[in-house]
Design a protein around this ligand. Structure first.
Ligand code: KIV
Length: 279
């Protein structure tokens, strides 16, 4: 018998049901932290859900991590929809969030609604995420009114990297208050959570204390209600200089590299396939 405490926290796992927005809000009230990872395909989604990851984000980071682009700007709605569909089809418990890609929501609330509706109808997303500040408040209001849960992404917003002058920590000094006000405005507009990227730890804490909805940090210190990482970063697939906020929990790159090398060697020597793999 498994007597371990539930990795999903009291409400969701006890009933083995899908994690839903009220569960996340309840976890904040109870001071219970939760984890979110990106996922872009069936196996990663299944493995992360089995490991107790409550929320899966099909991020526009698929642009870099799946499609091989330089930045998140290039990925399209049509490219993300099949990935979201794969993740939501493969999971039973995790809440699946679809990231709205650059150019698919900024123009108007109507544009935003139509894009978000595609992710909900065609891909089975349970919620969407969008980036920005007060300029996208009407979009958040429109989605909320339409019954589409929305997570707002503030701080460093990669879709605005050219305007922000590259990957830079946001919210330093007097800019901290602006970010706190933006977070409060998103809460008032109906956002169910705020993702905070690359801000000083004390700003992550101040935002978390200022709102009653959950905050999800990535490079925002350990006082946020939840934490998120891109899975390829977390599992050690990525090489080169990593952002300071990344912690690698495995060296999957070496595992895969060695497996592929062994396969190639055994094929070249004729050791594979052996009799046990032959009909
Ligand atoms: O697309 C993404 O992966 C993100 C990260 C900040 C988690 O938005």
């Amino acid at each position: 018998m498994n007597n371990q405490p539930s990795p999903y926290g009291s409400a969701p796992l006890a009933r083995q049901t899908r994690v839903r927005i009220p569960h996340l809000k309840q976890m904040k009230r109870e001071g219970q932290k939760w984890a979110m990872l990106t996922a872009y395909d069936m196996y990663s989604a299944i493995i992360f859900e089995e490991a107790g990851i409550q929320v899966l984000l099909v991020g526009d980071s698929a642009s870099n991590n799946v499609y091989g682009n330089e930045s998140t700007l290039a990925v399209t709605v049509d490219e993300l929809i099949p990935l979201v569909r794969a993740v939501s089809r493969s999971t039973r418990q995790a809440l699946v969030i679809a990231d709205l890609p650059f150019g698919s929501y900024q123009a108007s609330s109507e544009q935003c609604f139509h894009t978000a509706a595609r992710f909900m109808k065609e891909a089975g997303a349970h919620a969407v995420k969008l980036e920005g500040g007060t300029e996208v408040l009407p979009q958040v209001e429109m989605l909320t009114r339409s019954g589409i849960p929305v997570m707002a992404h503030i701080g460093f917003t990669p879709q605005q990297e050219h305007q922000l002058g590259g990957y830079r920590v946001q919210g330093r000094d007097e800019d901290a208050q602006r970010l706190i006000d933006v977070a409060k405005a998103f809460e008032a507009a109906g956002a169910f959570a705020i993702l905070i990227e690359m801000v000083p730890g004390d700003v992550g804490r101040a935002i978390t204390e200022a709102v009653s909805i959950p905050t999800v940090g990535i490079g925002a210190g350990n006082q946020c209600d939840a934490q998120v990482l891109v899975w390829q970063d977390m599992a050690g697939l990525r090489t080169g200089r990593l952002p300071r906020f990344v912690k690698q929990y495995a060296d999957l790159r070496s595992v895969l590299h060695n497996a592929a090398k062994d396969f190639a060697l055994e094929v070249s020597t004729g050791a594979f396939p052996g009799p046990e793999h032959t009909f």
